[in-house]
Design a protein around this ligand. Structure first.
Ligand code: HEC
Length: 373
């Protein structure tokens, strides 16, 4: 009885809103329809044609917003993949984008994914590759690999596919195999090398260091011992530039006064917390002393995929993990086979290879000057 009343109320609200016979604005009407429909639990849409119509009408109105994803999830809709993928392409690295991509993969809509990856609009194709990478879906490997290897396609897209492949151990292994056979194209080697040398699977990383060593320009130089390094003449302003540079990529994970990523701890006052030697050590050996609250976890999922990152929350039925890009994904406990706490930091080792010794010294000088005001 409760359900019937709920359905009727939802229908009433939804139809009122659809007809626009009220003083409310379009947005307000959509919000009411959304609120009332999203309260319904376990309703069989096929048994309620009117309700089904109301749901699809609302979907059109909230197209391209988070609400679209909510409704699709709520009613387990299987025929909304194009709309889901549009959401993902709009913001591939957002939580909504990742969840939308996962749903399309779960629906095994590979034809649609492939069509987008082959889109003549490179931006769309690249965003699709990025979304598949951020969703860390091993099922995407057979879609991404042929495009990465197709020399007729644009290099930007092929590189996006390489980055996406490196996000799963299956994809990373496939790339290593190509590199070993010598069939990885020149214009992809740098991307593959950068990505594979910073993965967290120790065996793949070790193999990558041999097969696809990082470019020599910066890293070939031997880093002097810490005492020598700290005696070098330094320039903090140069150090700040290094911090915000794409390589070594510190600011992708760390923020300084609100600028930068939210994966690692804020470093705005790191000079007060750590001595210079300790800063050097934190960069060279991230796993030596992992800060409390930043422990790394790995989840084995029933789908065969792996979730890797920081544990954000762990409740009775849900586990939330933040990955190295700062994207939080929620996993139902029923989908998790196994949760392991790792001894390694999610801050990668080998970051010094993205800097010269001088730049490393400048970076340390800059960080140690960041003091509590
Ligand atoms: C993939 C994300 C990531 C990248 C890239 C990264 N870090 Fe980190 N960093 C972390 C995390 C997470 C922690 C906390 C866990 C730990 O202590 O290892 C951390 C810890 C630190 C600490 C210790 C902080 C403390 O409060 O004790 C320092 C210093 C640091 N990082 C500096 C750097 C510098 C400099 C770079 C660039 C050369 C860098 N990090 C790149 C994620 C990252």
């Amino acid at each position: 009885m409760k359900l019937r009343v709920g359905v009727i109320a939802a229908l009433f609200a939804a139809s009122l809103c659809a007809r626009g016979e009220s003083e409310l604005s379009e947005t307000q009407r959509n919000t009411i329809a959304f609120e009332s429909l999203s309260r319904l639990q376990n309703v069989d849409l096929k048994a309620n044609p009117q309700l089904e119509e109301a749901v699809y009408r609302l979907l059109q109105k909230v197209h391209g917003t988070d609400k679209f994803l909510e409704i699709v999830k709520q009613f387990h809709l299987k025929d909304c993949d194009p709309g889901l993928l549009e959401l993902a392409i709009k913001a591939p690295s957002s939580e909504t984008g990742v969840e939308a991509t996962r749903l399309v993969v779960a629906h095994k809509n590979f034809t649609l994914l492939q069509r987008k990856l082959e889109s003549s609009d490179t931006k769309t194709a690249c965003a699709t590759a990025e979304a598949l990478g951020d969703a860390t879906e091993k099922d995407a490997v057979p879609l991404l690999l042929p495009i990465a290897l197709d020399a007729r396609r644009e290099t930007t897209l092929r590189r996006a596919c390489i980055r996406a492949l490196a996000r799963t151990s299956e994809g990373a292994t496939a790339l290593l195999e190509l590199a070993k056979k010598g069939t990885l194209a020149e214009d992809l080697r740098f991307t593959a090398s950068t990505e594979l040398n910073s993965v967290h699977w120790a065996n793949i990383k070790a193999e990558a260091a041999k097969v696809l060593p990082l470019p020599l320009a910066r890293g070939s130089q031997q880093l002097p011992p810490t005492v020598e390094l700290l005696k070098m003449k330094t320039d903090s302003a140069d150090g700040e530039n290094v911090f915000f540079r794409a390589q070594p990529g510190c600011s992708a994970c760390h923020a300084l006064h609100g600028k930068g990523g939210q994966v690692g701890p804020d470093l705005s006052e790191i000079g007060t917390k750590l001595a210079k030697e300790a800063i050097v050590e934190a960069i060279l050996e991230p796993s030596a002393g992992i800060s409390v609250g930043y422990e790394t976890y790995s989840l084995d999922l029933k789908s065969g995929d792996e979730a890797y990152g920081l544990l954000i929350s762990d409740t009775a039925d849900n586990i939330a993990i933040k990955d190295t890009k700062g994207i939080v994904t929620h996993h139902k406990k029923t989908e998790v086979l196994n949760k392991r706490k790792l001894k390694t930091s999610i801050m990668p080792t080998g970051l010094q290879q993205g800097m010269t010794a001088q730049e490393f010294a400048d970076l340390v000088a800059f960080l140690s000057g960041l003091k509590k005001q």
